[in-house]
Design a protein around this ligand. Structure first.
Ligand SMILES: C[S@@+](CC[C@H](N)C(=O)[O-])C[C@H]1O[C@@H](n2cnc3c(N)ncnc32)[C@H](O)[C@@H]1O
Length: 288
């Protein structure tokens, strides 16, 4: 990573020593100013603010863990170390999926595999006019946090969180119309090669890394969707190559499959649908 220019560091120090502390992680004056404003609103005292800036700038702690929350669509999601911070790319397709379900499949039962903070499950419960939403995660810390988020956001009592390994989980209560999942999908070697240092240091590897290819969970997610007689299946992926591999894993058994891109034009979600749910193909123009 290139060193920061001394002029930039001096300029930041002149405005505020705390701004200077943030720069090694944030690297732009305007972003540092925004983060300092949020941290100031959160800090209990001047000493606390300096300590938060040090943790951010020197220890590279994610802003969301310091602030304790992350906005996600209409919700305010509590985050803690040990559980993956919800990403804007995930928020983007979740909001779109909620709108499609609200328009085309009201009263649906939804299963969210690998739920983490519960951000996807809770957004769909709040915005998709669903009848019931079940979120599943193997991590007890994640399930505990998802339950807290349900209360924190006063989502109506139609959401449940279950602690289970999806490799063994059976949708024993029968039918789910929609199965959605953001599973771990980074290949083991990529964890060291391309995942950022802050993510490696602070976010759980369990939430990020799958097997050598990164595709470990997609076959199982489809098996669960078939068993649950889902009309619609969506899984997050990390780019076009993985999206094409997932399409091949899911095979010909669906009426159609497609790839939704994110705002950066990267393949971000693979979607599959049964007859009658062709509206899942709808992906806004601005997504490329
Ligand atoms: C990429 S994170 C997604 C979290 C959340 N859905 C989101 O979008 O922010 C993947 C989640 O899968 C969970 N997980 C990992 N292996 C699992 C397994 N075998 N069964 C169930 N959940 C698993 C992790 O604990 C983590 O919360």
């Amino acid at each position: 990573m290139p060193r920061l220019p001394a002029t930039l560091l001096r300029k930041a120090s002149r405005i505020s020593p705390n701004l200077r502390l943030l720069l090694p992680e944030v690297r732009s004056l305007s972003l540092a100013k925004a983060e300092l404003r949020w941290l100031s609103e959160h800090a209990q005292s001047a000493w606390d603010l300096t300590s938060l800036c040090l943790r951010r700038g020197r220890l590279h702690e994610p802003l969301q863990y310091l602030l304790g929350s992350q906005p996600f669509s209409s919700l305010d999601i509590a985050v803690t170390p040990g559980v993956l911070i919800p990403r804007p790319e995930t928020e983007q397709y979740t909001v779109h999926l909620a709108a499609l379900l609200r328009a085309n499949l009201r009263g649906s039962r939804i299963l969210d595999l690998c739920t983490g903070t519960g951000c996807i499950a809770l957004t769909l419960a709040a915005e998709a006019a669903a009848e019931e939403v079940v979120g599943v995660d193997v991590s007890p810390v994640a399930v505990g946090l998802a339950r807290k988020n349900m209360v924190r956001n006063s989502v109506p009592g139609k959401v449940r969180f279950v602690e289970a390994d999806i490799r063994e989980f059976n949708p024993e209560e029968g039918r789910f119309d929609v199965v959605v999942s953001n599973p771990p999908y980074v290949a083991e070697a990529e964890w060291w090669r391309s995942v950022g240092g802050s993510v490696r240091k602070w976010e759980p590897k369990l939430a990020v890394v799958a097997d050598e290819e990164g595709d470990e969970f997609y076959g199982r997610i489809q098996e669960i969707a078939v068993k649950a007689q889902a009309k619609v299946l969506l899984a997050e992926v990390g780019g076009m190559e993985q999206a094409e591999r997932v399409r091949r894993i899911w095979g010909e058994g669906w009426e159609g499959t497609d790839i939704w891109k994110d705002y950066a034009g990267r393949g971000r979600a693979v979607v599959a649908w049964r007859k009658g749910a062709e509206w899942m193909k709808e992906c806004p123009e601005i997504w490329g």
